[in-house]
Structure formats: structure tokens, C-alpha cells
Design a protein around this ligand. Structure first.
Ligand code: XIL
Length: 346
């Protein structure tokens, strides 16, 4: 396959990295080639995915892994406009980082990520505004609707205005449902009831008219669970009542062997009335090549599926490191799953 490189894209390639593409072992990594160029077989995942009609292949990352880990950063940067075409801040846009203290906003980490993405030609998925987790205790302690409404609107207006026009999509609400299909307990739900959903989506739309607005959740890969059905039913209802929901994200922190359900799940999510769906946090226990290929093909087969994001580059930094669930091993070498995806996209 011919991969077109623009001059702009080429000039961001530093003479580093070209990782060995031999299967994982305990050998130390090879970090250079004689030419200093990136290995062409590595420069192809996102490009090949995009060539098949998708918008991106992305990764979660953050300031620490970009500033302090040169090998990781080199994967994200030098091959990234092809391998990785989209970044999600793993933690830096969460409420407890951005507004740990009321009205005291800290944009250092998130600015770094957004600026880095722009300077290396990548899209950004903003993650996340309304989530019960990584939420400062001062927000959780709010008891009255007027205060919580004002706090949500102020948080969203501050962050939304800052990054307006610079993010491809926002996870406006994250993990709203329980396994039983009820709305999860959170300060948002207990103080405002379901109205916090409409409040949040409308607030983000007010400050960013171009970003795609997502609802994101886990265990969204089997279309028979109560959590899944609740997502579909709620999104249908919310959209019909005018809540500006553009997309549903399925996190896809998968166990081994369940990838076969993903295509049907993506189709069902797309059928809820959203204009797009995405696999937003993909990692698969032990990273079986066939599971990864199945997930890749599932997104290819569903036209509304715009892209796939891995939840990190290397197993070494994965939030599930013991499961070795990512495409690069502890030495930052591409794993068999990576090679299998490339082969499937060829
Ligand atoms: C995780 C991060 O990867 C960890 O570094 C952090 O300690 C906890 O959160 N669902 C989500 C992500 O939406 O934000 C979570 O990320 C993983 C589960």
C-alpha cells in the first residue's frame, strides 16, 4: 500500500526509533536503524485504518509519558501520525486534575497534551467531564441542585471554552450505568436526577459547537446485558428529547475471547440514533492477535464506527499492566497482535 506523507508530517519525524518488529521476548529493544528512519511496516497502522475509511487509530497518553519517556514518546510522535492519529488524555482532563480546588483551574497537563497533539498532527478525544470517579471531594460533597448546576456549568464552560475547536470529540458523560441497568449512584445523579445528562451535554455544546459529544461506558460489547440495553434505551430517549448526543463510546477493556460480540454491539449502539460510535479504551487481556483482529474488523464492518483507541502504548505503562493487554510490550516492541492487525489491514 502506498502511504502518502506530507512535507509537514515528515518534518516531525526525529531520527530515532525504529523498533524491532520481531515477536516479543526478553531481549532488550532495538531502538535505531542504520538509516535512522522509522520502519515502514510500523508506519502503517493508522494510515491503513484510515485508508479503509476510518478517522483514526489512537492511544491514551499523557504529559509524563510524553516528556519523560523518550521511547514511548518516539512511538507516539515519529510514527504516530500514521500509527497513532489521535490522542486521549489518560488522566489530565479529569476533574480532579483540572479543578481539584473549586474555581482553581490547572491546565498545565491538558494544555501540554492538546498542544502536543496539534503540533504532531493528531486529533484529540477530550476525556471526560462527568464521571463519578477521579472527582474531587468538594464536588462529591455538594448537596443542593443550584450549587451543583452552577459548578458543572462553570467547569464545562472553563474547559470547553479553552479547548473549543481543538478537540475532535468529548466524553461528556462516562460510566453512567450499573450492571443492573439502573443509573449509577453519583453526586450528579443523587442531587440532580437524570437532568444532569441534559445539563452537561447542552453546556458542552454551548461552548464547543464542533466537537462530537459522546457518552462512554464499559461492558458495552455484549448487546444482551442490562447495562447495554439501558444505554441504548436512555440514549434513544435523551436524543428524542433534544439532548445533543452525537456518539457512544464503548471502552472495550476486554477479557480474552469476547471480541466476537463486538461487531453486533457496535451495530446496536449505532442504531440508537447517534451519528457515530467508537472503541475508546481498547485493551485485551493477553492481547491475543485474533481478538485484536476481530475487534479491528468489527469497527471496519460498522460504518458508524469512526475509530479505535488503545488505552496506552506499552504494557509497561498500562493501567492493567499484569494483563499485558496492549500492542507494544514492556520493551516498546510491537507484539504479535500489532503485526496481525497490520496483516489484516493489508
Ligand atoms: C484510568 C487510568 O488509565 C489510570 O491511570 C487511572 O489511575 C484510573 O483511570 N475507564 C476510563 C478511564 O474511562 O478514564 C480509566 O483510566 C480506565 C477506565
Amino acid at each position: 500500500m502506498k502511504i502518502a506523507l506530507s512535507a509537514t508530517a515528515l518534518c516531525v519525524i526525529p531520527a530515532v526509533v525504529a523498533l524491532s518488529i520481531s515477536p516479543s521476548s526478553d531481549l532488550p529493544p532495538s531502538t535505531t536503524t542504520s538509516s535512522g528512519d522509522a520502519d515502514p511496516t510500523l508506519d502503517s497502522l493508522s494510515a491503513r485504518f484510515i485508508a479503509k475509511g476510518k478517522k483514526y487509530w489512537g492511544t491514551a497518553t499523557d504529559i509524563g509519558l510524553l516528556l519523560n519517556n523518550t521511547v514511548n514518546e518516539a512511538i507516539v510522535r515519529s510514527q504516530s501520525f500514521l500509527i497513532i492519529h489521535k490522542l486521549t488524555p489518560e488522566n489530565s482532563m479529569k476533574w480532579d486534575i483540572i479543578e481539584k480546588t473549586r474555581y482553581a483551574f490547572n491546565f498545565i497537563d491538558s494544555d501540554y497534551l492538546v498542544d502536543y497533539a496539534r503540533s504532531t498532527g493528531k486529533l484529540v478525544r477530550g476525556h471526560t467531564f462527568i464521571w463519578h470517579s477521579q472527582l474531587p471531594s468538594w464536588v462529591s460533597a455538594i448537596k443542593d441542585a443550584a450549587t451543583l448546576t452552577e459548578v458543572i456549568e462553570n467547569h464545562i464552560s472553563s474547559v470547553g471554552t479553552r479547548y473549543s475547536g481543538r478537540v475532535y470529540s468529548w466524553d461528556v458523560c462516562n460510566e453512567l450505568f450499573t450492571a443492573e441497568g439502573t443509573m449509577r449512584y453519583s453526586v450528579f445523579y443523587s442531587v440532580l436526577g437524570e437532568t444532569f445528562v441534559s445539563l452537561a451535554f447542552n453546556a458542552v455544546r454551548k461552548y464547543d459547537q464542533t466537537a462530537k459529544l459522546y457518552i462512554n461506558d464499559y461492558n458495552m460489547v455484549s448487546n444482551a446485558t442490562q447495562r447495554f440495553l439501558s444505554m441504548i434505551n436512555h440514549v434513544k430517549t435523551w436524543i428524542s428529547s433534544g439532548v445533543p448526543i452525537d456518539g457512544i463510546g464503548t471502552q472495550a477493556h476486554l477479557s480474552a475471547g469476547v471480541a466476537g460480540d463486538v461487531q453486533a454491539a457496535l451495530s446496536a449502539l449505532a442504531g440508537s440514533g447517534v451519528s457515530e460510535v467508537a472503541i475508546t479504551e481498547l485493551d485485551i487481556v493477553q492481547a491475543s492477535p485474533s481478538d485484536y483482529v476481530t475487534v479491528t474488523k468489527a469497527c471496519l464492518a460498522v460504518s458508524a464506527c469512526v475509530g479505535i483507541t488503545n488505552w496506552g502504548v506499552s504494557d509497561k505503562e498500562s493501567w492493567r499492566t499484569q494483563d499485558k493487554p496492549l500492542l507494544f510490550d514492556n520493551y516498546y516492541r510491537p507484539k504479535p497482535a500489532y503485526e496481525a492487525i497490520i496483516a489484516a489491514l493489508t
